[in-house]
Design a protein around this ligand. Structure first.
Ligand SMILES: [Mg+2]
Length: 394
């Protein structure tokens, strides 16, 4: 049986702001962007949440719910400092650590039996230690699987600790709504409900075959994560599962032509990040947030896996061609997933990769914006790109 501990900083950005600025303590605080019209709530203090304010909500809507909420602009470098310290503290609990986000991580304790004779008591103490060191409240959950640990942490919030022993796992999971289970989005929820599956207990009653028929591989995975014997290994922090870059657009766009420069830039950023990680993506996804805040995502395999901007861009463009239908687009995001880290042995390095190597070398010396992809030159040779450096084309 596995043993996992999930840590999650409470209302991260908002709490950091309250710690840094005593005038904000005990008050409803929203951390959000500059523009009232287009920004969303990045983080809300518990005082603001009491009014129904949630992360991801448009700022104007949040202020309608809570007119006395104080809006603070995000200070990302400061949050990053806290994150790094948080990661270091988690790493000291066990090197088997998976970073989930800036304020969330899970440690696998199954190899720590000799260090933690009484892991529950030790981890309870560890949470206190992290709180003191970080100066922020953190919630923690422990359980036999990653999913149970995560849900336990969410139920312990704010500033709590909850341990779910293996024999209580089923009962605990069944106390959640289907939509609270990570991986069950609106689409999946609708499909499940259509089949009369409306609770976690119902879901556990469905055979793997039926679930596969209904949701494909996702159904299989879902069923697997709900098993208490589930032992999805944690991923070490230096190896992300996917790399993505998104951008809320200055104004809504409607056409593929308008989308192209944005998709090119995002693909370029994703490629650079993959290269930093020494990873190649085997799948490219494009996510679109429409102006009504609904989202669509589609993916295509990238074969062989790669980390050059151009091939990622071409995949993302063919996805955009399928997805964009004239509806106003608010946000675009490009993601590379199915990452592989093995050193690729190629007889011939593809032309695109050789070019990216050169681009990377220039950027390392002169900064990211020293070289910019400007766009495709013309359809005839669709792989030819134009660069700009220091105002000159070459
Ligand atoms: Mg959090």
């Amino acid at each position: 049986m596995g043993l996992f501990a999930h840590f999650d900083i409470d209302a991260f950005y908002a709490q950091v702001e309250q710690v840094k600025n005593p005038a904000l303590r005990g008050k409803p605080v929203i951390v959000g962007g500059n523009s009232l019209r287009r920004s969303v709530v990045a983080s809300a203090s518990y005082e603001a949440r009491a009014y129904g304010v949630k992360s991801g909500m448009p700022l104007f809507q949040a202020l309608r719910l809570c007119p006395r909420c104080l809006v603070v602009k995000p200070n990302f470098p400061l949050y990053q400092e806290f994150s790094r310290k948080f990661y270091r503290l988690l790493y000291s609990i066990s090197p088997d650590l998976e970073i989930i986000s800036q304020d969330e991580g899970v440690v696998d304790l199954s190899r720590c039996g000799l260090i933690y004779r009484d892991p529950v008591a030790s981890l309870r103490e560890k949470r206190e230690e992290i709180k003191t060191q970080l100066g922020l409240t953190v919630s923690a959950g422990m359980g036999p699987t990653k999913l149970v640990a995560k849900l336990a942490a969410s139920r312990a919030k704010p500033d709590g600790f909850l341990h779910i022993p293996p024999e209580k796992t089923e009962q605990f999971l069944e106390s959640f709504q289907l939509e609270e289970i990570p991986g069950i989005g609106q689409k999946t929820l609708t499909l499940l409900r259509e089949r009369g599956i409306s609770s976690v207990a119902d879901l556990r009653g469905v055979s793997v075959q039926n679930l596969r028929g209904l949701l494909g591989r996702k159904g299989e995975n879902l069923r697997e994560t709900l098993r208490r014997e589930n032992q999805v290994p944690i991923l070490s922090p230096e190896k992300p599962r996917s790399v993505s870059r998104g951008q809320t657009l200055e104004r809504d766009i409607f056409t593929l032509k308008e989308a192209k420069p944005h998709i090119l830039h995002l693909s370029d950023c994703v490629a650079m990040r993959l290269r930093e990680e020494g990873a190649r993506g085997g799948r490219v996804c494009l996510r679109i947030r429409w102006s009504d805040f609904s989202e669509s995502q589609k993916c295509l395999p990238l074969s062989p896996p790669g980390n050059d901007a151009l091939r990622i861009y071409h995949k993302a463009i063919s996805l955009a061609e399928k997805m964009m239908d004239g509806r106003p687009v608010r946000l675009l995001a490009v993601e590379a997933s199915s990452l592989t880290y093995a050193e690729q042995t190629l007889l011939f390095t593809p032309r695109e990769e050789r070019m990216m190597d050169a681009v990377e070398r220039i950027r390392r010396r002169f900064g990211f914006s020293a070289v910019r992809f400007l766009g495709e030159k013309q359809e005839k040779e669709s792989k030819l790109f134009v660069f700009r450096r220091a105002g000159k084309l070459f």
